[in-house]
Write a protein that binds this ligand. Structure first.
Ligand SMILES: Cc1cc2nc3c(=O)[nH]c(=O)nc-3n(C[C@H](O)[C@H](O)[C@H](O)COP(=O)(O)OP(=O)(O)OC[C@H]3O[C@@H](n4cnc5c(N)ncnc54)[C@H](O)[C@@H]3O)c2cc1C
Length: 477
């Protein structure tokens, strides 16, 4: 179990990782396996960041476990362990319900090819070319083409096709038709490789297994440890100020929000004025509202699908999906099999949301708007489970304010930053030697898979730096 606070930690580590989101956790684990001494600091009482869970009345609610691509199996096997990787299973019943179409799919390339050709009448070779084109894109590719331009090229004027291809990705990471096509293509292709996957046992189990692995690899993990400042001396990392105490280190990897890392945790003099200006221009991605519903012990609900993308909007519209006047939501249904032995059903409804719509409400207005969202959600859910109200014994709403409170993310951002965040995140080490950032940026580095994989990429950078400078630091070079 991670200890709280920093009272009895060592005065010096090779690397301090700030933040125990999936990026920070994976990075810390990899660095420790590479032989470095690593201190992992988390300001909250729980590890996982947005990969969070909470307990109410015997229920355990998963906050961000709706689905991720198959690639997570390889990432977990290679950078965590087989026990974690072996608990990943497919969600086979993904449903769409909107005024343009209703359908069920396994959400993979074969099934989407069938739907696009048979249901939407798209030529088979166009579908093949689209899949091959999107799969070939990587994050170093030219980002000037937008997703709108990409769709226009392959499916001109085909609204319903755009909706099928885009709506789940907008739910998944807040990206819009005006974001770079590369960010859409990478995330879409990741899902299309085999479908949508989840962990059996829930987020609490996965994070516990990760914590045990960190312990085996010797990572010093501390919760309730707020990193206040990153210390830079003569152009290189010197340490971290945490809970009012200074810890020395040669390298820092921040998993905190990119804007907070660059604009708040570093002295302005640590960055060139041009770089600071670039960091200041990085846009935060949107946030979410969620409604958590717990079905009373002993009650059951029918199988209505694993994930339901439902919308009453006439057409796909990313702006409308952010509106407080909700037209679109995703229902994740957690059947007892998702938590073997629990016998419980829980349902989580998610909608994309703007922080600004919730930030300034006083207590009464905040409570009123949360209650309205809960009632509106129940009304929408009755379409699939007519007697749901009588079966629930818990109903709770989270807003962008909730996400901000628990993770300190500016704007309660659920998916980091827009695309321009990537060059700032990658460029930090050019500003102060030994300084790195990992975690949700640029859409492609977000989500369970994106954040974990970015943790590995950055761990490799930090490992290289620590090895190259080991002798120099000891005065041998
Ligand atoms: C409602 C919701 C649903 C989602 N659903 C899915 C999904 O179904 N599938 C999917 O793939 N992704 C989903 N995501 C996204 C996914 O959960 C995130 O992209 C991913 O978990 C982010 O990981 P991260 O490494 O960026 O770190 P984060 O999770 O953002 O964690 C950062 C950590 O840093 C800590 N921290 C910040 N500042 C400091 C400091 N100064 N000192 C110490 N610690 C600090 C925070 O407390 C936090 O623990 C969802 C997100 C949300 C909000």
């Amino acid at each position: 179990m991670a200890k709280r606070g920093v009272k009895d930690i060592k005065p010096e580590y090779d690397c301090v990782v700030i933040g125990a989101g999936l990026g920070g956790l994976t990075c810390a684990n990899r660095l420790a396996r590479a032989g470095h001494s690593v201190l992992l600091l988390e300001q909250h009482t729980q590890l996982g960041g947005l990969a969070a869970w909470f307990r109410r009345k015997g229920h355990i609610f998963d906050v961000a476990l709706h689905g991720f691509p198959y690639g997570m199996v390889k990432t977990c096997r290679k950078y965590w362990n087989q026990d974690i990787a072996g608990r990943i299973v497919q969600l086979k019943d993904i449903r769409f319900d909107n005024p343009q179409f209703q359908l069920a799919t396994t959400y993979d390339r074969d099934d989407f090819t069938r739907i696009l050709t048979e249901r939407f009448g798209v030529a088979g070779d166009t579908v093949e070319r689209f899949f091959d084109h999107t799969r070939a894109m990587t994050f170093v590719d030219d980002a000037s083409q937008t997703t709108r331009e990409l769709f226009q090229e392959f499916f001109p004027g085909q609204d319903a096709v755009w909706r099928l291809l885009m709506e789940p990705i907008t739910y998944a990471n807040g990206s819009t038709l005006d974001d770079p096509a590369v960010s859409y293509s990478i995330v879409f292709s990741n899902f299309m490789s085999r479908g949508v996957f989840t962990f059996v046992g829930g987020t609490d189990l996965i994070i516990r297994l990760m914590e045990e692995e960190l312990e085996r690899n010797g990572v010093e993990v501390r919760t309730r440890a707020l990193a206040e400042r990153i210390l830079v001396e003569e152009g290189r990392v010197a340490g971290v100020a945490v809970n009012g105490r200074e810890i020395k280190c040669r390298s820092v990897v921040s998993n905190a929000n990119l804007r907070t890392t660059t604009l708040d945790m570093l002295e302005p003099s640590a960055l060139s004025p041009e770089f600071r200006e670039r960091a200041d221009k990085v846009r935060i991605n949107n946030s979410s509202c969620q409604v958590y519903m717990g079905v009373r012990e002993g009650e059951a609900i029918p199988h209505v699908g694993d994930l339901i993308f439902m919308s009453t909007a006439e057409k796909f519209d990313a702006e409308l999906m952010l509106s407080k006047n909700v037209t679109s939501r995703t229902f994740s249904i957690y059947y007892p099999e998702s938590r073997p032995g629990s016998g419980r059903y829980t349902i989580v409804s998610s909608t994309n949301a703007r922080y600004s719509d919730w930030a300034e409400l006083d207590a009464a207005a905040y409570a009123r708007d949360k209650a309205a969202l809960a009632q509106d959600t129940l009304k929408a859910l009755e379409r699939y489970i007519p007697d749901i109200r009588g079966k629930l014994d818990h109903l709770e709403v989270a807003t962008p304010r909730t996400f901000r409170r628990y993770t300190l993310h500016e704007g309660g951002s659920s998916f980091g930053t827009k695309f321009e965040g990537l060059t700032v995140s990658r460029g930090l080490s050019g500003q102060a030697a030994g300084l790195f950032h990992t975690g949700s940026v640029a859409i492609i580095m977000s989500g369970w898979l994106g954040a974990a994989n970015y943790g590995v990429i950055v761990a490799n950078d930090a490992d290289r730096y620590l090895r190259e400078t080991a002798g120099v630091m000891r005065g041998e070079g």
